[in-house]
Write a protein that binds this ligand. Structure first.
Ligand SMILES: C[S@@+](CC[C@H](N)C(=O)[O-])C[C@H]1O[C@@H](n2cnc3c(N)ncnc32)[C@H](O)[C@@H]1O
Length: 385
């Protein structure tokens, strides 16, 4: 059985993803991905998955987020999912041509049985996660797709809700260095939409976007560009990824995969490649706040940081009450920063609401303790006790 689920809103207006919505360009791009370096990257993700799933209880439930055209990879992991009790993988991509190609790549005899455990889902990554029941995922796999998402906080917040305790995000990220090179093996990079000289670099700040223009032949810039194959990505530095991961209570690893996978599980592969592995911690309410020697925040505050959410109406209310004119994203970032910076002792629960009193910014945030919706934000003249 190979059920297919479609998004309510066809998402062909995704900024910078046009190339994946064109059947011709998508097909050429997927063909270009059939190269040694790409096979090895998938194999490394496979080795990480195999190691990390070894102690997990079957059946395993995974999702490849921004799956693209190649479920003809991850051979060991698929073998594991196909064993009884059978696991499952949701293959999520917003672009229909990429999903069509994905189906084609596993239509041959060798891979056909993978259809029995894959659901292809035409959805935006965040929309998919929002619709998923909490604590459902053992693994979220994001191979070169984290940098398609502008809002890292929202991604990690959703993952912290949707992963099981002990569940993991396993991701490959193009680059976490602020230095934007002018080109790589596969593509040229544009800064502010403009090409810059080969021997120069540009410096990116967190949240900046940059354009990627793919070459027609991988490793050969002289062959020119694949027409129309241009996409937009967002820069997230290693520091930012670590900080947001820790804000949401994840154990964090970002570094060469060989420092993460034990030698016996490396299967002779020697390629250097950074992987990001976030593990959702299993909280112990009885512990004393010390984990691995590191003081962690009280669970209430972490829970609020993880779950805080907004209704459409509340953005306008916050702007009015604080006499500001912030966008939704700016409001969310501002509130998140205040919640994070406010010491636990200034969090209180009265009746059905949490009240977070921030003296530095002279504001009080009111949050519904059942739904974690922001109710209101008030200016306060009170002094720190
Ligand atoms: C560079 S390809 C990588 C595909 C695959 N992960 C791999 O490594 O082979 C990026 C894919 O992510 C998908 N994608 C990008 N942003 C997305 C989003 N917000 N929601 C769903 N899919 C997305 C694109 O449609 C495209 O198929």
């Amino acid at each position: 059985m190979n059920p297919e689920m479609k998004s309510q809103n066809p998402s062909n207006n995704h900024k910078g993803l046009g190339m994946y919505f064109s059947p011709e360009i998508a097909e050429q791009f997927a063909g270009l991905e059939q190269n040694e370096s790409n096979f090895k990257a998938a194999q490394i993700v496979d080795l990480v998955l195999v190691q990390e799933s070894a102690t997990m209880k079957a059946p395993i439930f995974a999702a490849e987020l921004g799956g693209g055209a190649h479920p003809d990879r991850y051979h060991e992991f698929f073998n594991k999912l196909l064993q009884q009790p059978r696991g499952h993988i949701d293959w999520v991509d917003v672009a229909p041509p990429m999903l069509e190609l994905a189906k084609k790549y596993i239509s041959n005899e060798k891979y056909r049985n993978r259809n029995e455990i894959i659901t292809f889902i035409e959805k935006d990554i965040l929309e998919y996660l929002r619709g998923l029941e909490n604590e459902k995922l053992d693994f979220a796999i994001m191979k070169y797709t984290v940098d398609y998402l502008e809002n890292l906080e929202e991604l990690f917040k959703l993952l912290s809700a949707k992963l099981m305790p002990g569940g993991k995000l396993i991701a490959l990220i193009g680059s976490t260095s602020p230095e934007l090179k002018s080109y790589s093996t596969n593509a040229r990079y544009l800064y502010n939409g403009e090409q810059f000289p080969d021997n120069e670099t540009r410096t990116l700040e967190d949240g900046d976007n940059f354009t990627v223009k793919f070459f027609k032949v991988s490793g050969d810039p002289t062959a020119g560009y694949l027409e129309g194959a241009e996409t937009l990505k967002y820069f997230h530095s290693a520091e930012k990824i670590k900080q947001v991961a820790e804000d949401f209570g994840f154990a964090f690893f970002l570094g060469d995969w060989k420092d993460f996978v034990s030698q016996e599980n490396q299967k002779g592969e020697t390629k250097d490649l950074n992987v990001l592995v976030l593990t959702k911690k299993q909280f112990d309410c009885n512990n004393d706040g010390l984990q691995g020697g590191k003081i962690i925040m009280n669970m209430n505050k972490i829970e609020i940081l993880k779950k805080v959410c907004y209704t459409e109406l509340v953005y306008g209310r916050i702007n009015k009450k604080l006499n500001i004119d912030f966008s939704k994203k700016e409001i969310e970032e501002f509130i998140f920063k205040i919640l994070k910076e406010t010491e636990e002792k200034f969090y209180s629960k009265i009746g059905k609401n949490y009240y977070v009193e921030n003296f530095e910014n002279k504001i009080r945030i009111t949050i519904n303790s059942n739904t974690f919706r922001i109710i209101t934000v008030d200016k306060r003249g009170v002094k720190k006790p």
